[in-house]
Design a protein around this ligand. Structure first.
Ligand code: PLP
Length: 414
C-alpha cells in the first residue's frame, strides 16, 4: 500500500490523539483484531525500506526517487566528514558505549559534545540524550509533577505531549499560536491553581506547517505570569538563526528561554537529542531524568558524527548550506503554480490541496514521476486541509526543485 507511507512518516506527529480512540489493548482484543481495526479506519501504517541512498536519491521498491520527505535539511547525513567522524569515534571508543552515563558510559566524546552544544546554543550547559524523544520524556517529568500545570501549543510534538502526560501535571492546550488563549490559560492557572509551577511548551518551527511560533511575545507572557518556557527547536537547529543556532538566538531571547530542547537527528545529520540551559538545570537532570539515567549512553559513532555536524553547521560551510536551502526554497515558491504553497518560512513547505483523495493521488503521481513527497491527511491535519508536505534540503540540486515544481504543476494543474 503505497500511501501508507505518509502515515509511517507522520504517525509520531499528530496521530497521538488517535491512539486514544483505538480500542483498549486488553485481553478482549487479539493483535489481529487490533490490526484489522486500524485498517478499517484507514489508520494502518507499514514500513517501506529504502535499499540504497545516494545523496537525496533513494532506491525503493526497484524505483529511484528524489527524496523530498526527510528532515535532513542540510544533507549532512550523507556528508563524508560525518561518516568519517562516526567511523573514527567507533574506532577510538567502540561500537557501543557499554553502560549508562552514570556508570561507565560517559566517554570523553560525550563531554566534548555537551561542551560544544552549550557553546552552540550559547547556554551555560547542555546534556545529551539518546534521542529528542528521550530528551522530552526525560526533562518534563524530572521537573514537573502532580499539582503543576503544563500548557502546550495544540500542534506540539508527540514527545512533548507524552512527557507532559507522564509527569502527572495538569495539562492544558491552546490553539496553535493563539497568544490570547495562552494568556487566558496562564491567567486561569495563576488564579485557580495557586502555588502551582507553570510550564509553557511550544515548538519554534512546527513540523507540519513549517511556521514559527511568536517567540518574543511568548517570552513576554511567560515572564508576566512567572511561568517557565520549554522551547523545542527540532526543526530550527541548523536552519535558522546566527550559525544555525535556532529561533531563540534569532530573536535574541536565548537567556529568557529556560529549557532549550533539540535533536541531533535532523539538520545535524546524526542521531540523538539534547537539553540546553542553566548549569543547575543540567545538574538536576543528571540526577532526575529517567531516560538519561536508565538508558545506555548514546553510541560513540552517533556522538562523533553529531560533533562534526555541529561544527559544520556553525561554520562558513553551514552558511553556504543555509544559502542553498534558501535558494531551493525561493525556487519552489516562485516556480510552483497550482497549488500555491502556503507562505512558508522554513525548510518545511506544506502545499494545501484540500481533499484527502486529491492529496493522495497527487503524491502517487509524483512517485510515478520519481519524487517522494508525502500526502498528509486527516487526522494528521484537519479535514479539508490535506496537503503535500515538501521538505527541502540544501543537498537538493536546483534542477531537482525545478523538476519537482514542474511535476506538481503538471499533475496539480487540473
Ligand atoms: C523529531 C522531533 C523530535 C524527536 O527528535 P528525535 O531525535 O527524532 O527523537 C522532538 N520534537 C520535535 C518537534 C520533532 O520534530
Amino acid at each position: 500500500m503505497l500511501f501508507c507511507f505518509p502515515f509511517v512518516l507522520f504517525a509520531p506527529f499528530r496521530g497521538y490523539s488517535n491512539l486514544s480512540e483505538s480500542p483498549p489493548v486488553n485481553s478482549d482484543h487479539s493483535y489481529e483484531e487490533l490490526i484489522a481495526d486500524l485498517k478499517q479506519r484507514s489508520l494502518y501504517r507499514e514500513l517501506h525500506p529504502i535499499d540504497a541512498v545516494n545523496g537525496t536519491g533513494v532506491g525503493r521498491g526497484g524505483r529511484s526517487l528524489i527524496n523530498f520527505a526527510s528532515n535532513d535539511y542540510l544533507g549532512l547525513t550523507q556528508h563524508p566528514q560525518l561518516k568519517m567522524a562516526a567511523a573514527d569515534a567507533a574506532q577510538r571508543f567502540g561500537a557501543g558505549s557499554g553502560a549508562s552515563r552514570l556508570i561507565t558510559g560517559t566517554l570523553a566524546i560525550h563531554s566534548e559534545l555537551e561542551t560544544k552544544l552549550a557553546a552552540f546554543k550559547k547556554t551555560p550547559a547542555a546534556l545529551a540524550f539518546e534521542s529528542g524523544y528521550a530528551a522530552a520524556l526525560g526533562v518534563i517529568p524530572a521537573l514537573y509533577g502532580q499539582g503543576d500545570v503544563i500548557i502546550l501549543d495544540k500542534l506540539a510534538h508527540a514527545s512533548l505531549i507524552d512527557g507532559a502526560r507522564i509527569s502527572g501535571a495538569e495539562i492544558r492546550v491552546y490553539p496553535h499560536n493563539r497568544l490570547e488563549r495562552l494568556a487566558e490559560l496562564l491567567d486561569w492557572a495563576r488564579q485557580k491553581r495557586r502555588g502551582a509551577k507553570i510550564l509553557i511548551i511550544t515548538e519554534s518551527i512546527f513540523s507540519m506547517d513549517g511556521d514559527f511560533c511568536p517567540l518574543p511575545e511568548i517570552v513576554e507572557l511567560k515572564d508576566e505570569f512567572e511561568a517557565v518556557l520549554l522551547l523545542d527547536e527540532a526543526h530550527a537547529i541548523g536552519v535558522v538563526g546566527p550559525d544555525g543556532a535556532g529561533l531563540a538566538a534569532e530573536c535574541g531571547v536565548i537567556d529568557r528561554v529556560d529549557i532549550h530542547l533539540g535533536t541531533l537527528s535532523k539538520a545535524v545529520g546524526s542521531s540523538g537529542g539534547f537539553i540546553a540551559g542553566s548549569s543547575s538545570l543540567v545538574e538536576l537532570l543528571i540526577n532526575r531524568a529517567r531516560t538519561f539515567i536508565y538508558s545506555t549512553a548514546p553510541p560513540p559513532a552517533a556522538i562523533g558524527a553529531a560533533i562534526e555536524g555541529l561544527g559544520i553547521i556553525a561554520s562558513e560551510t553551514g552558511n553556504q548550506l543555509r544559502a542553498a536551502l534558501q535558494r531551493n526554497h525561493e525556487e519552489l515558491t516562485v516556480t510552483l503554480k497550482r497549488p500555491k504553497p502556503e507562505a512558508a518560512q522554513s525548510a518545511i513547505v506544506p502545499i494545501i490541496v484540500g481533499s484527502e483523495e486529491q492529496a493522495l493521488s497527487l503524491s502517487e503521481e509524483l512517485v510515478e514521476r520519481g519524487f517522494l513527497v508525502p500526502a498528509v491527511r486527516f487526522p494528521s491535519v484537519p479535514r479539508g486541509s490535506a496537503r503535500l508536505r515538501v521538505t527541502l534540503s540544501a543537498a537538493h540540486q536546483l534542477s531537482d526543485v525545478v523538476n519537482l515544481c514542474e511535476a506538481i504543476n503538471a499533475v496539480g494543474g487540473e
